[in-house]
Ligand binder design. Structure first.
Ligand code: ADP
Ligand code: XUL
Length: 542
């Protein structure tokens, strides 16, 4: 019997899940969350992030992530929920794109941590940039344009790296740091993703980057899974010397550092390369083979699934990442996810029960009332100037606004993920809002697909534990087929699959073009959709 520990260093929290794998038993035996705002209030984050005067700039303190890890391992050791001596390997999934900048002293400091002292006390000198830009940042449009130009155009970057230049991607963020603070950039010895930073803390040495997460940088050759020199040169000088190497996903990057072994009496378990939260979730929802998709309703909403072969989104909205299970995955990301739903919930003084009731009390199609849910600058479609747009929707009508927001999110997901060509029969739902069956009903109706909410709600953490297990088997030369690795861990929740209602599916198929017309109008490349909305309203009523 062996135990594997998986972390999810997400936007708002750090979660750990332990799984036990034996001949007769395969189960989740431990789950714990450290919430950044609540449990580490001294960093002053809101929803895990820091914002200043410029609404486009969003960062997080990397020290907070380190303290969360120290706290989490203290809890794991103290809770006594399982026999830690059986811990064979650990891995993790982290929010994607964010970057951590370390000075030359980091390698020495990481290798010589004193187990008697808290981690944060010893890391004070390691950062060459205090804040870490995170995926919610959208302040690098100028840098995106410059990088695209330097490699020969946006489509060249898209084919080379799997994505056109995106504001939140690491390359444009690095270029901005280099432009704004050339001395800080020069004093940077190593630039980590959140994932490789966390793995470095566990292993007590600089950890490499995993290709699932590396693909979210606009710097990696997606086909070769190696740094794309043309993209590096287009980004900042000498960058190749500052980036960790890229390794294959099931790579053991070290052992739990003596710091953790002595501080928490843990065994020197294998540390497996960390990936991004979306690639990690792909494993955690069991989508290790093509044909199905998953929707994660977390801080961001994401639609993702395995891709049979390398293909890119010609519209430039979607991404192709490496799949930790081999091959590729598609990903479409929406920034206005849970926080947008919370905004509407709070604006109309509801709790989640009231939010659900509003969904049940309003008709599918919302009598033609539509909202574009861009409370924050949006990623898909790209919208820099935030602002909610209402079409035929009365701002005073709470229930209609609740339905409008959920319908808008689900319609946008369906429209902007069409490029993958996957005919969706089943959606695996994960993330915090997947507990809400009324939201899942709209998802099922809009996509015309069964929606299976999964027993383990945090797919990113479960995926990390499963990747630790898989890599441990591989490292011992034991064949490990993915369907066998995930077997027994990915189960539909007891409340069961949500089925689409055929009449609603037909209505939403009709509504997709109306919603797309509202998007086009708001983005100033389409006419006033009012006549289209009116015609839809009449059809829906009839
Ligand atoms: P992340 O991992 O991105 O930090 P989670 O996947 O943990 O986020 O999701 C957290 C979100 O889940 C919260 O911000 C909250 O809006 C949402 N949530 C929790 N319960 C419900 C519910 N009953 N209905 C809708 N959303 C919910
Ligand atoms: C994906 C993305 C987000 C973050 C945070 O491209 O930006 O989903 O990974 O969860």
């Amino acid at each position: 019997m062996a135990v594997y520990l998986g972390f999810d260093a997400s936007t708002q929290s750090l979660t750990a899940i332990a799984i036990e794998v034996g001949a007769a038993r395969r189960q989740v035996i431990y789950q714990r969350t450290v919430d950044f705002d609540r449990d580490l209030p001294h960093y002053g984050t809101r929803h895990g992030a820091l914002r200043g005067d410029d609404p486009l700039v969003v960062t997080a303190p990397p020290m907070m992530w380190a303290e969360a890890l120290d706290l989490m391992l203290a809890l794991v050791a103290r809770d006594g929920a399982f026999d830690v001596s059986k811990l064979a390997a650990v891995s993790g999934s982290a929010q994607q794109h964010g970057s951590v900048y370390l000075g030359v002293s980091a390698a020495k400091i990481l290798a010589a941590l004193d187990p008697a002292r808290p981690l944060v006390d010893q890391l004070r000198g390691v950062f060459s940039r205090k804040g870490a830009p995170i995926w919610m940042d959208s302040s690098t449009s100028r840098q995106c344009a410059a990088i695209a130009r330097a490699v020969g155009g946006g489509h060249v970057l898209l084919r080379l790296t799997g994505s056109r230049a995106f504001e939140r991607f690491t390359g444009p963020q690095i270029r901005k740091f280099y432009e704004d603070d050339p001395e800080g950039y020069a004093g940077t010895d190593r630039i980590h993703l959140v994932s490789s930073f966390m793995a470095s803390l566990l292993a007590g040495r600089h950890a490499p980057i995993e290709p699932g997460d590396g693909a979210g940088m606009n710097l990696m050759d997606i086909a070769r899974r190696q740094w794309a020199l043309a993209a590096l040169r287009a980004t900042a000088p000498g960058l190749e010397l500052k980036l960790p190497p890229i390794v294959e996903s099931p790579t053991i990057v070290g052992r739990l550092a003596p710091y953790w072994v002595r501080r928490r009496r843990l065994p020197p378990a294998k540390v497996v390369a960390w990936t991004g939260d979306n690639p990690g979730s792909l494993v955690g929802v069991g989508l290790v083979e093509p044909g199905r998709i998953a929707i994660s309703l977390g801080t961001s909403d994401t639609v993702f699934g395995p891709l049979g072969e390398l293909q890119v989104d010609p519209s430039g909205a979607g991404h192709v990442f490496g799949s930790p299970a081999g091959g590729y995955m598609s990903l479409v990301c929406f920034k206005n996810g849970s926080l947008a739903r919370e905004k509407v919930r709070d604006e109309y003084r509801l709790n989640w029960d009231g939010f659900s009731r509003a969904l049940r009390d309003t008709p599918p199609g919302n009598r033609g009332a539509i909202v574009l849910p861009w409370f924050e600058p949006e990623i898909t479609p790209p919208v820099l100037g935030s602002g909610v747009r209402r079409y035929g929707l009365d701002p005073a009508d709470g229930p209609a606004n609740v339905r409008a927001i959920v319908e808008a999110q689900m319609l946008a997901m369906a429209i902007h993920s069409q490029w993958t060509g996957v005919r969706v029969a089943t959606i695996h739902a994960t993330g915090g809002a997947a507990v809400n069956r009324d939201i899942l009903q709209v998802m099922a109706d809009v996509h015309g697909a069964d929606v299976s909410p999964l027993e383990v709600g945090n797919a990113a953490a479960l995926g990390a534990a499963l990747r630790a297990y898989h890599a441990d088997l591989m490292s011992e030369g034991r064949p490990a087929r993915w369907p066998e690795v995930v077997e027994g861990f990915v189960k539909v929740r007891a409340d069961g699959t949500v089925r689409p209602v055929p009449s609603h599916v037909a209505l939403y198929n009709d509504m997709k073009s109306v919603y797309a017309a509202c998007e086009a109008h708001a983005l100033r490349h389409g006419p006033d959709p009012a006549p289209m909305i009116e015609a839809f309203r009449r059809r829906a009523a009839g």
